[in-house]
Design a protein around this ligand. Structure first.
Ligand SMILES: *[C@@H]1O[C@H](CO)[C@@H](O)[C@H](O)[C@H]1NC(C)=O
Ligand SMILES: *[C@@H]1O[C@H](CO)[C@@H](O)[C@H](O)[C@H]1NC(C)=O
Ligand SMILES: *[C@@H]1O[C@H](CO)[C@@H](O)[C@H](O)[C@H]1NC(C)=O
Ligand SMILES: *[C@@H]1O[C@H](CO)[C@@H](O)[C@H](O)[C@H]1NC(C)=O
Ligand SMILES: *[C@@H]1O[C@H](CO)[C@@H](O)[C@H](O)[C@H]1NC(C)=O
Ligand SMILES: *[C@@H]1O[C@H](CO)[C@@H](O)[C@H](O)[C@H]1NC(C)=O
Ligand SMILES: *[C@@H]1O[C@H](CO)[C@@H](O)[C@H](O)[C@H]1NC(C)=O
Ligand SMILES: *[C@@H]1O[C@H](CO)[C@@H](O)[C@H](O)[C@H]1NC(C)=O
Length: 408
């Protein structure tokens, strides 16, 4: 016991530089800098959900560079699965894998070298529920879906699987139309879903679509192409499972969101769109199990809109949204968001605001059903990183959270 305690204190002070950092932190928040030299910006999370800057760790790859807000036009560019952290390096066509020290999640170690993404300009990652496979979308001139075996030495490309998205893109890609948006596995791991934005023009094509793939332990193959209810002009974006329903909330900057229920055989048993009034670019989404609410994030209006969805009827109810007022002269530009499940009584929403490089943190507690009213912190991540000699601009994108297991 005393050995564990001593090594813990030594490594804490090594990573944090100050003994004042105690064990009383609940987890860590990671953000991708998207600077030319890509870095993971690491913050510690207090027990009350607020964040504090710790350090930056280089991935060795290249971020998008200064392309303005939403340089990736995607969701899930940074992903935590169990004790692993996966990151895209779009401008160098590489993926990075890190292992997270679960006792001190601000301590991450790279696993192996960066791997080639299997195409150009990787933008989103998904990991199978069993943690054995990672799949990625590439958005550049070689735009495709590729998958990897996750090994103790890093990510190994499955060379037999290469699904060309046929987007006729450039490096870097010019979107948002005609770029991949997100990917996700079904909870049984047997189907992979990939959202692809269409041209945004119903008469011009290609249509926005969801590509489905069959996944087994030794094979991945294309299954079918689905069209969500926004039809040919749609721009399907982030994928969030709807609890206890077999359905998905897919944001769509053309209207707000789509709801789609996909059966085991790949057929669609429900297909509807949700119009979010006044929306302009609803691109990201997250789910709170504590409040049983979904949160959609609009880049252009800088608004987060909560909704509840009846898991039987899939009837949505929109709740009052919150406008993010920005603290610099740059427009807000809301990018990624994640929910962290602190306890059965308490979730927090972390919303990355690229315009001023802040993370807005909201408390979502049990019994509070009104929507999103409880802002607990405007966390000035960019200013904290810049004060250590870094320089993160409005291209910052990608956000993930790790919570320490209760036994630490
Ligand atoms: C959260 O906890 C930290 C550390 O104890 C404290 O400094 C901060 O004031 C708290 N913030 C809120 C909103 O309670
Ligand atoms: C990483 O790359 C270096 C330099 O190319 C090489 O020497 C090393 O063997 C690689 N490590 C792994 C785990 O592939
Ligand atoms: C592909 O894109 C180029 C310009 O980037 C364009 O000239 C060409 O017509 C496009 N081809 C197709 C098949 O869309
Ligand atoms: C959609 O495409 C058609 C055919 O190319 C074109 O005539 C029309 O102007 C486009 N609409 C918009 C809104 O760009
Ligand atoms: C969903 O609805 C749209 C619009 O009605 C339709 O074009 C599309 O084919 C439907 N998709 C499926 C998979 O049924
Ligand atoms: C969902 O809708 C069904 C059918 O209208 C209704 O019986 C049920 O109470 C609703 N569930 C919730 C949580 O509102
Ligand atoms: C939020 O933004 C919308 C659209 O810009 C505006 O109509 C609305 O009044 C704003 N609400 C608040 C509370 O500022
Ligand atoms: C951090 O530095 C970058 C590069 O100089 C700048 O674009 C950005 O606005 C700065 N961010 C903050 C919050 O000061």
């Amino acid at each position: 016991m005393s050995f564990v305690k001593i090594s813990w204190v030594v490594s804490l002070s090594f990573f944090l530089g100050v003994s004042a950092w105690g064990g009383d932190y609940r987890g860590a928040l990671y953000t991708l800098s998207q600077t030319d030299d890509q870095a993971i910006l690491i913050s510690a999370l207090h027990q009350n959900g607020t964040a504090e800057y710790v350090t930056a760790v280089q991935t060795g790859g290249k971020g998008s560079g200064a392309r303005g807000p939403d340089a990736l036009q995607s969701s899930d560019s940074l992903l935590v699965h169990d004790d692993s952290l996966f990151a895209v390096n779009p401008a160098s066509d590489e993926l990075s894998l890190f292992s997270i020290n679960p006792a001190e999640p601000w301590d991450i170690q790279q696993v192996g070298n960066n791997s080639w993404s299997g195409g150009n300009y990787p933008t989103s990652i998904a990991v199978s529920p069993d943690g054995n496979k990672a799949c990625v979308t590439n958005a550049g001139s070689d735009s495709n879906v590729r998958c990897f075996d996750i090994t103790r030495n890093g990510l190994e490309l499955i060379s037999s699987f290469n699904f060309d998205l046929g987007l006729n893109q450039t490096n870097p890609p010019v979107g948002p139309p005609k770029t991949p948006s997100d990917l996700a596995f079904t909870s049984d791991g047997q189907i992979l879903l990939v959202t692809v934005k269409g041209s945004g023009n119903a008469t011009e094509g290609p249509a926005g679509r969801i590509e489905l793939f069959d996944v087994s332990s030794d094979c991945i193959s294309h299954k079918s192409t689905l069209y969500p209810a926004t039809g040919p002009g749609g721009l399907p974006f982030s994928i969030t499972p709807i609890a206890n329903s077999g359905a998905y909330l897919v944001t769509d900057p053309a209207v707000g969101a789509d709801l789609i229920r996909i059966e085991r055989d790949g057929s669609v048993s429900y297909n509807a769109s949700i119009t979010i009034p006044g929306q302009a670019a609803t691109c990201w989404s997250a789910y709170s199990s504590v409040t049983d609410q979904y949160f959609t994030i609009d880049l252009a209006t800088a608004k987060i809109t909560p909704l509840s969805i009846n898991s039987t009827t899939l009837e949505p109810t929109l709740l009052p949204g919150v406008n993010i007022t920005y603290i610099s002269e740059n427009p807000g530009s809301l990018i990624d968001g994640r929910i962290a499940h602190f306890s059965d009584q308490q979730d927090y929403l972390y919303s990355l605001v690229a315009g001023d490089q802040t993370v807005r943190i909201f408390s979502l507690s049990a019994g509070h059903q009104g929507g999103l009213s409880d802002s607990i912190q405007t966390y000035e991540l960019g200013a904290a990183f810049n004060s250590t000699g870094g320089a993160v601009g409005t291209s910052i994108e990608g956000l993930a959270v790790f919570l320490r297991p209760s036994w630490y």
